[in-house]
Write a protein that binds this ligand. Sequence first.
Ligand code: HSE
Length: 320
Amino acid sequence: MTMNNQNEASVTVFAPATVANLGPGFDILGLAIEGAGDEVTARRVSGATGVVIASIEGDGGVLPLDAASNTAGIAAAHVLKMAGVEARVELSIVKGMPMGSGMGSSAASAAAAAVATNLLVGSPLRKTALVEACVEAEAAVSGRHADNVAPAVLGGLIMVRRVEPLELIRLPVPDGLTVAVVTPHFELPTRQARAALPEAVSMGVMVRTMANVAAIVSACHTGDLALLGRSIHDEIVTPARAALIPGGQAAMDAALDAGALGSSISGAGPSIFALCRSPRSAQKAADAMIRAFKAAGLTCRPAIVSPAECSGARMISGTI
Ligand code: HSE
């Protein structure tokens, strides 16, 4: 490729929203969904090496244009550094989901930027390395966790066995499993939601939490939906955060009453998710959750009903 062509190259990548934690799997379980996500265009331009952000749409002017403070910019810079590539990369970000909603907004931007930047410079990095670049971005804005960025990059249901060094395990998703996600108009920044967590838990609570996570993993392998549903139960993180979300506990209860297999807070909240046997059941759960939030005085965005097995970040256009 000539220098001139390099300077014209551009690639646009979409990365999906994600549901992290799945109840007891705090910081270790997450899955990609469809129906929301971010797009990032990476362009190779002339000038001093490094990453710059040209524009951000759909953020209401809230996100920083300074690349060193923005998850997309940080992830892209780490990709260049890890690949040993000296280039100037310009990013344009289109936010396709609300921020501070618990659907991995910062992770989707990081994932799309990392994948786009890697493609732009000839794909020198493997996908796990791209997740590592995204973890650095998450660490800078909310905390070092990979349960959003891993499924945002890789798709599907991913378990994070450890972050340093990164070890990811893909879990099978039972046929037909469907996710409903309802987002109330109420912002809960991840940093605040993480600050609300207890510093210590009792041995009994830890044992029950480990048992639920183990049961989720087993249920994914065997397709035992009833076991999966009753294992979406968390005594540590969910109660602490539900106290911050008006109508949050009522929405989870309403989803279960409407026939959902299990329900909990999506990521750091305030979105609530429900795992269901079918799209029809998920729509019923979503309607019930919206009614519960309404009773608590909160309106909601249109619900998302998505297969529990969805693709991760992918190129949607480009000239590379
Ligand atoms: N596991 C993270 C948390 C996800 O719950 O804080 C943030 O979306």
